[in-house]
Write a protein that binds this ligand. Sequence first.
Ligand SMILES: NC(=O)c1ccc[n+]([C@@H]2O[C@H](COP(=O)([O-])OP(=O)(O)OC[C@H]3O[C@@H](n4cnc5c(N)ncnc54)[C@H](O)[C@@H]3O)[C@@H](O)[C@H]2O)c1
Length: 339
Amino acid sequence: MDRVKICLVGAGRVGRVHGSNLRNSIHEANLVAVVDKNREVAEKLSKELNVSKCFDSHERALDWGEFDAVVITTPTFTHASIAVDAATSGKHIFCEKPIATSLPEADEMIRAAKKAHIKLQIGFMRRFDRGFLKAKKRIEEGIIGKPLLIKSTGRGPGLPPEWAWSTQKGAGMLAEVASHDFDALRWFAESEFKRIYVMAKNYKCPEIKERYPDFYDTAIVVAEFREGKIGTIDMGCPVEYGYDARMEVLGEKGVIFMGDIEDQQARFCTEKSGVVTLAFPSWRDRFKDAYIEEIRHFVDIIKKNIPPSVTGEDGKKALEAVIAANKSIQVSQPVDLPL
Ligand SMILES: NC(=O)c1ccc[n+]([C@@H]2O[C@H](COP(=O)([O-])OP(=O)(O)OC[C@H]3O[C@@H](n4cnc5c(N)ncnc54)[C@H](O)[C@@H]3O)[C@@H](O)[C@H]2O)c1
């Protein structure tokens, strides 16, 4: 197969990251079209990336059809319909997390991909981060013995777009900010969630709560896995100090830490401050290389016709945990899984 021809659907925050990586870093891929329902946004990005085709709907792009795969970077509530249409047209799919807003939608996407024999990969970039991968390997080698307790911190500096404030459109802030933490917990536990309990608060955004009553900006999740391990997630968004994605796995014989808070490229010293190392300003900077590696993997699995390492089923399991977490917030009780 020649270079894999890709159509980017969604030219917003993360669409710009994947678009630029496809154009500048993945030589086995050819970004041939940009879609955004806001035509001006699509035109702007396609001009910036020197892409000749641009469309204002994925249907129009699929009618044209001269590509092998789509990268879906639209708001979460649109993922399922775009993915099902793409699968029906025989296009491989990379879909950003969270896979969808409901389990029936996720099932429909997985079913459509299977039926069409196309790849479906979900955008959990932590699984492609060098530090996280190294930790996973060391754990598998037995360096800390059997993992017992897994902790994950997921904090973002700025609020996501407004659609993500609504639980209907974005599946809640745990989906938008902490999907990665749920997936990473499950990845390190190598087990499925059995029970989830969450406390969530809105400390910083009372004006949002007036319009979105179930909005929360700070949460702590306690989870139990089927074969006994336990885990926690703490989520905060917005936080003032930067982007923060750290994990820790406590095992029978030791502990392993992952994820830097410090952006080592930016260290300064003044008389007043002493030596200061800045925090990562955003997810784009913290996972710069991992975003490239996950898209490289997507292109690779298409070329080699092998399954993705992060599947639609992984996306569904993380979403199921998020939905259980949102339910736990509503009822102030632990929620058992599977739902
Ligand atoms: N992996 C990550 O680290 C990461 C980071 C940010 C966002 N995300 C996820 O990526 C997705 C997009 O988030 P974002 O922050 O980039 O959103 P965004 O709102 O910044 O951008 C979405 C873009 O999609 C366009 N759009 C909306 N509906 C469309 C449709 N039906 N067809 C075509 N275009 C449409 C909008 O006009 C907008 O330009 C979400 O699911 C989000 O959770 C993942």
